[in-house]
Design a binder for this molecule. Structure first.
Ligand code: KG4
Ligand code: ZN
Length: 345
């Protein structure tokens, strides 16, 4: 089955075709970074308008690149949430309309499920069950994943998401949007430990996180007298070290708790090289293995949505009949689509 995937939940327009027999045939991505840069963050109305402009072009482009006609599409998967309402509506309208026009089913997909399953698209995929660390701009969760749709929440952030903390910290020290990658780059030339930031909830004995205190500590440090331009790299390095230390410690605790040896990392912060190196090292010590999506599929993309949709189509799902159409869910917990089963311990 050839599935078209459409992602438009935030500031990236993604389109992909996944074939359940041949794998990912092609994908295209348009990032709105340039569009929002002047505002220091995503402007929802501009995001929606740009998705409208880009989606048809990207679809034509990806079809041409793989030599496929639009009528070869046998199913459509689109991000129905969580995300920006207007942006989500663009993807859902295109998907549902195309579904009607082609006479094929259109399936709403949960954005985080897309991230969660994206490492299965890599050359060396993990096998179920595994522990997943979901670290994006809006979410930070540790999950026990036993199969498609079989998710149990182990812990999550009680305030800011990890990506949000990277972005806010970057903004505080004057880095341009999008802050996460810029902060990571600056951290390369800094030395952690010169400034001392807290490791929130490191010893809380659960799998929850907190990042807002870290951000406040950055604000205090950067606002102190004598803090200058040359100190920024050291503060960025210390912030990254603090965030990474907590993410690694909790992930290892989750592996210990579940007795599993596979950790899957998904979401934009999973592109962070310092996080990857620290996770790899800590996991190796426990004889566990860490799985990441291909670098280009770490942040938002259409491939993960096409893939998650394809798996659900294969499981027999066919999308909302009638009432579900265009029903995007800007706020949507992954637990709403998960089987209520406690994690195996
Ligand atoms: O998964 P994603 O593309 O979008 C959401 O679903 O939120 O994640 C975006 C987040 C942003 O907060 C961005 O700053 C962060 O991922 N991010 C990074 C890096 N690349 C992206 N954070 C730290 N280091 C990076 N290299
Ligand atoms: Zn995302």
């Amino acid at each position: 089955m050839r599935v078209l995937g459409i992602e438009s939940s935030c500031d990236e327009t993604g389109v992909a075709i996944y074939d359940t027999e041949r794998g990912l045939l092609g994908h295209r991505l348009h990032s709105q970074i340039d569009l929002h840069a002047a505002y220091g963050g995503v402007v929802p109305e501009l995001a929606s308008r740009d998705h409208i402009r880009r989606l048809p072009l990207l679809l034509a482009e990806v079809l041409e690149a793989i030599g496929m006609a639009v009528t070869d599409i046998e199913g459509i998967a689109y991000t129905a949430g969580p995300g920006l309402a207007g942006a989500l509506l663009v993807g859902s309208s295109v998907a549902e309309a195309l579904g009607v026009a082609l006479g094929v089913p259109a399936l709403p997909v949960h954005h985080l499920e897309g991230h969660l399953l994206s490492p299965l698209l890599s050359a060396t995929p993990p096998a179920f069950p595994f522990v997943a660390l979901l670290v994006s701009g809006g979410h930070t969760q540790l999950m026990h994943v036993a199969g498609v749709g079989d998710y149990a929440l182990l812990g999550e952030t009680v305030d800011d998401a990890a990506g949000e903390a990277f972005d806010k910290t970057a903004k505080l020290i004057g880095l341009p949007y999008p802050g996460g990658p810029a902060l990571a780059r600056l951290a390369l030339s800094g030395t952690p430990g010169r400034f001392k930031l807290p490791r929130p909830m490191l010893h809380s004995k659960d799998f929850d996180f907190s990042f807002s205190g870290l951000k406040t500590a950055v604000l205090t440090t950067a606002g102190a007298e004598g803090f200058g331009e040359t100190d920024k790299a050291d503060l960025a390095a210390e912030f990254q070290a603090a965030a990474v230390e907590v993410l690694v410690a909790k992930s290892m605790a989750a592996l210990r708790h579940t007795g599993l040896r596979q950790l899957v990392v998904a979401g934009g912060v999973g592109a962070n090289l310092a996080l990857r190196a620290a996770l790899d090292e800590a996991a190796a010590r426990r004889r566990a293995k860490v799985f990441y999506p291909e670098m280009e599929l770490c942040t938002d993309n259409g491939a993960m949505i096409a893939f998650a949709g394809a798996l659900r189509f294969m499981a027999g799902e066919r999308g909302g009949e009638g009432g579900g159409k265009f029903a995007v869910r800007p706020r949507w917990s992954l637990m709403d689509i998960a089987a209520p089963r406690p994690p195996a311990v």
